[in-house]
Structures are given as C-alpha cells and as structure tokens.
Design a protein around this ligand. Structure first.
Ligand code: UDP
Length: 343
C-alpha cells in the first residue's frame, strides 16, 4: 500500500482528503497539532472508511518530532500539506504567528522531505493569491497580486518556496488553489468545525439557522454586482478532497508536465452571498435572520475560477452543485451536537 503523510489531517479539508485517500486504498499518516480541530475527527474518519489513519499530535515546528515520524515511516511516498493558520483578520493582528506557523513550518517540512528523499508534495493554496482580479474568470497564469493580508502572503510565499525547491532539488509539487470550500461529507460525520468563532460564510449561515447565533450580517449590499453582494466560487469540500488524490497519483505515476504545477479548484461559477442564502433557505425550509451590514475590509468584490486546466490537464471536475453543498453543510450542522455533545 502506498503511504501518504497528511499534515493538518484532522482539519476541514484535511479530514475529507484523508477519507478519500483511505477509500482509494492509500495508507495514511496524519500529523496535526489540534490547534483548530478535534481528536474525535480520527474516530469519525474510521467510522466512514472502516480504516484508521496513524495519528500524531505533533507541531510541524518541532523538528525532532518531525524527524522521528519520518524515521518511523521510511516508506512515505507523498506528502499533502494542509497544516496552517487561516484566519485573515487574525493574521493582520498576529503576523509573526502566521509567518512562523505557515511559512516556517512549510520550509521545515520540505527540508525533512528532501532529507528523506520524498519527492511528491501537494500544497494547500488559495485563490487569495490572485487578489482582486483584473478579469474573470481567473486562470492560473494570471499575475499573482500583492496579497491583502499576512495570511494571503503566507500562501503566496509558500508557493514560491516550494516552486524554488522543485527547481533546485529532486522534488515535484502541485499547488491546489481552492476557491471557497463549503459543504460536508455525506455521512455528516465530518465537516467544518473550527475551534472558536468562524469567519466564513457557510458555518455562520448554519449556526444562525440552528440558533447558535441570533442574527448574521451580509458584509456589504452595495457592490456593483447584480444583487449588490460579493460573488465567490463555492466548491464542495468532497470535490476538493478528490483533487488531492488525483494530484498525488499524477506525481507518483510521473505524469506531471513540470516539476511545479498549480491548478484552480472551483466550479467555474460565481454565486452571490444572497444566492447562497436563498439556496440555504429553500433547501432547508429555515428562514435566516440576517441584515445587510457594512463591507468587510479586505473583501474582494467578485472572484470565480477558470477550471479548464484542472479539467483537461489534471483530469478533475467538480461534481456537486450549490444546493448539494448547502444541504450537506446543514446536515453536518444538525449532527455536530450528536458527535460533540460537550461543545
Ligand atoms: N460573508 C458575509 N457574512 C459573513 C461571512 C461572510 O456576508 O458573516 C461574505 C463575505 O463578505 C464574502 C463571502 O461571504 O463575500 C465569502 O466569505 P468567506 O469568509 O466565507 O470567504 P472569503 O472569500 O472571504 O475567503
């Protein structure tokens, strides 16, 4: 069995990817320091797949522990690197934390991979590297813009570090640039469950619907978009997870077109915040208590992907539509209390 190391494997996208890897016959080792996820996720992954990944509660910045894991698992064939802080606002207040945890840890991880001759890396990147795009949809060869936040800058810098390493060393890497991942596994056993208060739209919608919040705000209703709210390319987390398995296979089967490649992961369609709310209210039958508030600083007005490269070169295509995304997010929200009664 081919062994894959997944950093951040108990997080939102990480856990869904571990499920897809196990279902595709891979053996999986997870490293996560549980700073923004729960150990119970490992049990839920086992419930879904019937297989338990090997789990290490380890910080990537702990070089001794990282080295011990690589020594124990000499047969790791590829690494998928998710572990990172991801709150835009927090990154503005704590840039050192973000550069150390996101960039520092990536450098250490790649160094350890090179030492142990592991030559395939999938990096969890983001459409944030495109900033406010000049034209839509966004293609991979569009200029990477000056990032609006330290968080966005860490994604840009990590991509550059990894790309430079693929030029200098025997390393192949694929950066997957996610647009807006939402939704949850159809089992409703794993989903988005950040520790503390979420900043992203979908958990705020479902938390409002279930009564964890009184009211939610639409951040800006007077953008120059058809309905005045921002437009994003929402993409089901299970579709995103499947792309990681394809990316690993691409490198392990020597199918990469170049040592470093980057692909957009989106549906190619933009939806406004009002459209997401409409889809949620219609499919759930729950009326959301919301108001239109001020614009959120740093928000891009409109962004959605051109997925031609991922469709034709990577051989990946999003399957789920917006209704399926919001239905699965709602099923997950309603099940959280059953799995985590302590929360
Ligand atoms: N949004 C909103 N209310 C919220 C959270 C988000 O109106 O409580 C909007 C936000 O302004 C953006 C969209 O929802 O237009 C997606 O935001 P999210 O934070 O999920 O992702 P982003 O694209 O900003 O990374």
């Amino acid at each position: 069995m081919t062994k894959v190391l997944v950093t951040g494997g108990t997080g939102y996208i990480g856990s869904h990817t571990v499920v897809e890897l196990l279902n595709s016959g891979y053996e999986v080792v997870v490293i996560d320091n549980l700073c923004n996820s729960y150990i119970k996720v490992v049990d839920c992954i086992e419930k879904i797949t019937g297989k338990r990944p090997t789990f290490y509660n380890t910080d990537l910045l702990d070089s001794t522990a990282l080295e011990a894991i690589f020594n124990t698992h000499q047969d790791i064939a590829a690494v998928i690197h998710f572990a990172a802080h991801k709150a835009v606002g927090e990154s503005v207040k704590k840039p050192i934390d973000y550069y150390k945890n996101n960039v520092g840890a990536t450098v250490m991880l790649v160094e350890a991979m090179l030492k142990h001759k592991i030559e395939a890396l999938v990096f969890s990147s983001s459409c944030t590297v495109y900033g406010e795009p000049d034209t839509l949809p966004v293609t991979e060869n569009m200029p990477v813009k000056p990032p609006v936040s330290p968080y966005g800058n860490t994604k840009k810098i990590c991509e550059e570090v990894i790309r430079d390493c693929t030029k200098a060393y025997s390393l192949h890497a694929i950066s997957l640039r996610y647009f807006n991942p939402i939704g949850a596994h159809p089992s409703a056993l794993i989903g988005e469950l950040p520790i503390g208060s979420p900043n992203n739209l979908m958990p705020i919608v479902t938390q409002t619907a279930i009564g964890k919040r009184n009211k939610m705000q639409i951040h800006g209703g007077d953008y120059t978009t058809p309905d005045g709210s921002c437009i994003r390319d929402y993409i089901h987390v299970v579709d995103i997870a499947k792309a990681h398995v394809i990316a690993v296979e691409r490198m392990l089967k020597n199918k990469s077109a170049a040592p470093y490649e980057a692909f957009n992961l989106g549906t190619g369609h933009g939806n406004s915040v009002f459209e997401v709310i409409e889809a949620f209210e219609r499919t759930s039958g729950v009326k959301l208590n919301y108001e239109v508030g001020a614009k959120r600083p740093g928000d891009v007005m409109s962004i959605y992907s051109d997925t031609t490269l991922a469709n034709t070169v990577l051989g990946w295509k999003a399957d789920y539509d917006l209704d399926e995304m919001v239905i699965s997010s709602w099923a997950w929200e309603k099940n959280i209390q059953n799995i985590y009664p302590e929360l």
